[in-house]
Write a protein that binds this ligand. Structure first.
Ligand code: 13P
Length: 252
C-alpha cells in the first residue's frame, strides 16, 4: 500500500507574505488529511518563512531545485545544505521548465539527485515527454532515457527514497490533462523500468505522481488509477481552497 502524495509546485509565484498567508489558510483545511502526504514547494525566498509557518502541521516543504555542491562559485544556485537549514525535507529535481529554461540534462539531474540523497533531502524527480515526442510514438523511449540517465549509479536503498513525478510536458499549464488511462500507462511502463533495475520491492513501493493540469474536477479520476500515487500540481495549487480540494480528493 503506497501512501499518496499531493504536492503543490508554486513555481515563480508568491511573495513571502503571500506564501505565509497561503499556508496559514491551508493548515486547518488539510489538518484531517491522514490519507496522504502534503507538500508545498515555494520559491527559494519564501522557504524559511513557510517552514516556520507549517511547524507542527502535516505539511512538508520542498524546494524547486538544488545544486550538487555544498558551496562554491555558482551564481544563482542553492546548495542542499542551505535547503536543509531553511527547513526543507524535499526537493523537486529536473522539472521540465528547468530542463527548458536552464538547459538541465539527465546528467545534471543525476548529480542533483545524488547530492540531495547524500544530504538527506528527499528528491521529487520529474520525467515526461514533449508533445512532438508523444506524437512520434517516442514516449517510452524518452522515459527510458530519463530513467537511465537521471538515476544512474544509485543503489536500491538510495532509489527507495525517491518520489517520481510523471509530467508530460504537453499537459503542463495547458489545460490538456493526460487521461487517467494515458497517465497510468506511462506510470506502468516507468515502474517496469524500476523493477528491472532495482527489483520488485523497490518498484512496488515507489510513488509515481502525475503532473499536468491536475484540477479539483479531474483529480478523483486520476487518483482512482492504481498506478497513480499522487499529483504534482502547478496552477491549481496556488489557492488554499483549490489545493485543499486536491488534498481531500474524493475517495471510494
Ligand atoms: P500545472 O498543474 O499548472 O499544469 O503544472 C504542472 C506542473 O508543472 C507541476 O510541477
Amino acid at each position: 500500500m503506497r501512501t499518496p502524495v499531493i504536492a503543490g509546485n508554486w513555481k515563480m509565484y508568491k511573495t513571502i507574505a503571500e506564501a505565509v498567508d497561503f499556508v496559514t489558510k491551508l493548515k486547518p483545511l488539510v489538518a484531517a488529511a491522514a490519507h496522504c502526504e502534503v507538500i508545498v514547494a515555494p520559491p527559494f525566498t519564501a522557504l524559511r518563512a513557510v517552514t516556520e509557518a507549517v511547524k507542527g502541521s502535516n505539511i512538508a516543504v520542498a524546494a524547486q531545485d538544488v545544486h550538487w555542491d555544498k558551496e562554491g562559485a555558482h551564481t544563482g544556485d542553492i546548495s542542499p545544505v542551505m535547503l536543509l537549514e531553511a527547513g526543507c525535507t524535499h526537493v523537486i529535481i529536473g522539472h521540465s521548465e528547468r530542463r527548458t529554461d536552464h538547459g538541465e540534462t539527465d546528467e545534471s539531474v543525476n548529480r542533483k539527485v545524488k547530492a540531495a540523497l547524500a544530504r538527506g533531502l528527499l528528491p521529487i524527480v520529474c520525467v515526461g515527454e514533449r508533445l512532438a515526442e508523444r506524437e512520434a510514438g517516442k514516449t517510452e523511449e524518452v522515459l527510458k532515457r530519463q530513467f537511465q540517465g537521471g538515476f544512474a549509479g544509485l543503489t536500491p536503498e538510495e532509489f527507495s527514497r525517491i518520489i517520481v513525478a510523471y509530467e508530460p510536458v504537453w499537459a503542463i499549464g495547458t489545460g490538456r490533462t493526460a487521461t487517467p488511462e494515458m497517465a497510468a500507462e506511462s506510470h506502468r511502463y516507468f515502474r517496469g523500468l524500476v523493477r528491472g533495475q532495482f527489483g520488485e520491492a523497490v518498484a512496488g513501493a515507489l510513488r509515481i505522481l502525475y503532473g499536468g493540469s491536475v484540477k479539483p474536477d479531474n483529480v478523483a479520476g486520476l487518483m482512482a488509477q492504481e498506478e497513480i500515487d499522487g499529483a504534482l500540481v502547478g496552477g491549481a495549487s496556488l489557492k488554499p481552497d483549490s489545493f485543499a480540494a486536491l488534498v481531500n480528493y474524493p475517495r471510494a
